[in-house]
Ligand binder design. Structure first.
Ligand code: AMP
Length: 218
């Protein structure tokens, strides 16, 4: 089973590229942000705690994230592979994930690093909207990613929504958190010979072409 990490700053296109990879190769998309947003909807202690913390743009406790990830991994045994989107976010999570793989006799296949600069990432965040039903991500500010009818999902025909943390203020904290805690993972995985870099400032299709050529070689 292939295990691929997409490593990138916020709004580099991890979600969009994960969806394309899953469609083409039958992989399962695991986004820890999605798992946390799902847990946040619950009317229990963890749900209430997450509602506050997710707004801040800071990272959620490693233990909480691990628990959600492990539960998810248990449900996906018969698949060609999975894409980790938004995990690991720091060296501690990366180490924990290595141990988890070792305990299952599995190996990490690749870490694909999507590089994008701050200004473009901000533009993508501010225009980002998604379908609450199928999760498809659109962007009001980028022509090629707009829905056919403004504000409506092309596939589900329902109204698109905006994530509460997709605003400029929270974005700044998320980007700083990325530089501080997640960026060191670039060197971490480079040293392990697992890192592949992709320029994510070009169109969705061009980014996907670069990713495909990496995945085909795994
Ligand atoms: P994302 O959907 O990946 O942009 O994540 C949205 C928010 O969820 C982040 O700003 C964090 O607060 C939290 N989050 C997502 N993944 C992780 C993770 N692996 N570790 C800690 N916090 C996370």
């Amino acid at each position: 089973m292939k295990s691929i990490i997409l490593l990138a700053p916020p709004a580099a296109g991890k979600g969009t590229q994960s969806d394309l990879l899953c469609k083409k190769y039958g992989f399962v998309h695991i986004s820890t942000g999605d798992l946390l947003r799902e847990a946040m909807q619950k009317d229990d202690e963890m749900g209430h705690m997450l509602q506050e913390q997710m707004q801040s743009g800071k990272l959620i406790d490693d233990g909480v994230v691990f628990q959600l990830l492990e539960n998810k991994l248990k449900t996906i045994q018969d698949t060609s592979g999975y894409i980790l989107d938004g995990f690991p976010r720091n060296v501690n999570q990366a180490e924990g994930y290595n141990q988890l793989l070792q305990s299952k006799n599995q190996e990490l296949s690749a870490v694909i690093y999507l590089s994008v600069d701050y200004d473009l990432a901000l533009k993508r965040i501010v225009g980002r909207i998604s379908c609450p039903k199928c999760g498809h991500v659109y962007n009001d500010m980028i022509e090629e990613n707009q829905p056919s009818v403004k504000g409506i999902c092309n596939d589900c025909g329902i109204e698109l929504t905006k994530r509460s943390d997709d605003n400029e203020e929270t974005f700044k904290v998320r980007f700083e958190t990325y530089i501080d805690q997640t960026e060191p993972l670039i060197t971490y995985y480079k040293e392990k010979g697992l890192l592949y870099e992709v320029d994510s400032s070009v169109s969705t299709a061009e980014v996907f072409k670069q990713i495909e050529s990496i995945v085909e070689r795994l």
